[in-house]
Write a protein that binds this ligand. Structure first.
Ligand code: PEP
Length: 252
């Protein structure tokens, strides 16, 4: 792994966890403290119900806590919605947007994700936007076309590069134990990087591009070593301290 890499390792807990999971937060905080990570940032994104207790516990720690979604609206009569400023209010530092499970099960369009991204970037939240192709699209050779379109339509023209993060998550790799060839990951990340630079200029080089989809302790080292991979978005393997720790061991 290149020593100069500035990595972000984010855990997406999806609809998992309870107040008992505070013990995992404590273990992670202790681990991060002893490891003295210089170039690695660690983020966990539990369900909304746990954000407040996690941020309270992790207050003086380097462990960051984020959310898995937010509203495209700022305030008002939107039952069930949570705004970016409400996330900030409970100490959240980040938000994941456009995850393929939200795109698929909640019919989230690129336009809706675009509006959520604008809303989140209006606060100081680190905003992680997920992009990814289906197996059908991959098999038809459409990966870059799909990623290019999602990227163009999900991101607003006005972004704060400091708070913008992209996660490439092939849908077929999520939770399946399958991952793309390293060279395919390189090609997509390089493509995303080029598209970001051509749209936003050289300052877009600051935007981290994470890989997500079946990252585990066996493949993390190889994936994190790929050029243009600036970290990982980890689902299943972030739920167990020992598995997440094993991935973090490759950082620094
Ligand atoms: C995810 O859904 O964001 C994810 C990366 O899941 P997993 O690591 O379980 O494939």
């Amino acid at each position: 792994m290149s020593k100069n890499k500035n990595l972000l390792i984010a855990g997406n807990w999806k609809m998992n966890g309870s107040r008992r999971s505070l013990s995992i937060v404590s273990l992670l905080m202790k681990y991060i403290k002893t490891k003295k990570f210089k170039n690695t940032h660690v983020l966990i994104c539990p369900p909304f119900t746990l954000i407040n207790s996690f941020t309270t516990l992790a207050k003086r720690s380097k462990l960051m806590v984020g959310a898995q979604d937010c509203s495209n609206k700022a305030l008002g009569a939107y039952t069930g919605e949570v705004s970016p400023s409400m996330l900030v209010d409970v100490g959240s530092q980040a938000v994941i947007l456009g995850h393929s499970e939200r795109r698929e099960y909640h019919n989230e369009s690129n336009k809706l994700i675009h509006d959520k991204v604008s809303n989140a970037l209006g606060t100081d939240l680190l905003t992680i936007v997920c992009l990814g192709e289906s197996l059908f699209q991959k098999k038809r050779g459409n990966t870059l076309r799909v990623i290019g379109e999602q990227l163009r339509k999900s991101l607003p023209d006005n972004i704060n590069v400091k708070n913008m993060v992209i996660a490439y998550e092939p849908i077929w790799a999520i939770g399946s134990g399958l991952i793309p060839e390293n060279d395919d990951i390189y090609k997509v990340h390089h493509f995303i990087s080029q598209k970001l630079i051509s749209r936003y200029g050289n300052k877009a080089k600051k935007i981290k591009i994470l890989y997500g989809g079946s990252v585990n302790k066996k493949n993390a080292s190889a994936i994190l070593s790929i050029q243009y991979v600036d970290g990982a978005l980890v689902g299943g393997a972030s739920l167990k301290f020992s598995d997440f720790k094993a991935i973090l061991e490759f950082c620094n």
